[in-house]
Design a protein around this ligand. Structure first.
Ligand code: GSH
Length: 222
C-alpha cells in the first residue's frame, strides 16, 4: 500500500476512528473521508459492502487501492513504517515504543471495548440495563482505565504523554477524554491527563480530527 489516495472509513463519534484521524493529521497524510453511520438502519457497519472490507464490522478501516487495513493500532504502526520521515507515532527506541503501545492498549483493550456500541446494545437488549445502569457501567470502565493511564504517564514531565512531541499515546488519549466528557466522568483526579488534553486540544491535527468537525457530523450532534 502506498500512502497516496487513502480512504478512511469513519464515523464522526467513533473514538477509534478519531484516533486514526489524529494520527493521519499528525503525520500530514491527506485522506478521503468515507462516512459509515454506526446507528442508522441498524448500523451501516453491518452492511455487506463494509463487512467485505472489515469482517469485524467495526470502524475504522483504511483503504488504498486493493489494500485494506483495520484496527487503529495496526494502522498507526503501518503509517509509521510507511512514512518514517514524518513525525513518528511510536519511538524508534524499543522500550519507548513498547511504553507507548502499553498506553494505547490501556485504552484500546481496557476501556473502549467495554463501552463499544455493540456491548451497550447487548446490555440494554438482553440484560435490560436502564440508562442509569448503562452510564454507571461506562463510567466504571473509563475510571479504571484512565486512572491507570494517569499513573503511567505521571512520571513524565510532558507536555505530551511521553515528552515534547505527540505520539500515538496522545492520539489514543484525546478521543478517550472526549468520551469521558461525553459520559460525565470527572477528570479532576487525573492532572497529567488534563495537562496533555490542554496541550493537544487546540493543535490543528487534533482540532481537525474532533467529532464536531467531520463531514458526517450532524448539524445538532446528540
Ligand atoms: N480495537 C478496534 C476497535 C474498533 C471499534 O470498536 N470501533 C467501534 C467504533 S469506536 C465500532 O465500529 N463499533 C461498531 C459496533 O459496535 O457495532 C480499533 O482500534 O480499531
Amino acid at each position: 500500500m502506498s500512502l497516496q489516495n487513502i480512504q478512511l472509513y469513519s464515523y464522526y463519534r467513533s473514538s477509534a476512528s478519531y484516533r486514526v484521524r489524529i494520527a493521519l493529521n499528525l503525520k500530514g497524510i491527506p485522506y478521503e473521508y468515507k462516512a459509515v453511520h454506526l446507528v442508522k438502519n441498524g448500523g451501516e457497519q453491518h452492511q455487506n459492502f463494509y463487512k467485505s472490507l472489515n469482517p469485524s464490522a467495526e470502524l475504522p478501516t483504511i483503504v488504498c487501492g486493493d489494500q485494506v487495513l483495520s484496527q487503529s493500532i495496526a494502522i498507526c504502526l503501518y503509517l509509521d513504517d510507511m512514512a518514517p520521515e514524518k513525525p513518528l507515532l511510536f519511538s524508534k527506541d524499543p522500550f519507548e515504543k513498547a511504553k507507548i503501545l502499553q498506553a494505547c492498549e490501556i485504552i484500546n483493550s481496557g476501556i473502549q471495548p467495554l463501552q463499544n456500541l455493540r456491548v451497550l446494545q447487548k446490555l440494554v437488549k438482553d440484560f435490560e440495563f436502564s440508562e442509569t445502569q448503562k452510564l454507571e457501567w461506562i463510567q466504571h470502565w473509563i475510571g479504571l482505565g484512565l486512572t491507570a493511564f494517569e499513573e503511567l504517564i505521571r512520571p513524565n514531565k510532558g507536555p505530551f504523554c511521553f515528552g515534547k512531541s505527540p505520539t500515538a499515546a496522545d492520539a489514543f488519549l484525546i478521543p478517550q477524554v472526549f468520551n469521558a466528557h461525553r459520559f460525565n466522568w470527572d477528570l479532576s483526579s487525573c492532572p497529567s491527563i488534563q495537562r496533555v488534553y490542554s496541550q493537544c486540544k487546540d493543535m490543528e491535527p487534533f482540532r481537525l480530527a474532533h467529532p464536531a468537525n467531520q463531514p458526517d457530523t450532524p448539524i445538532d450532534p446528540a
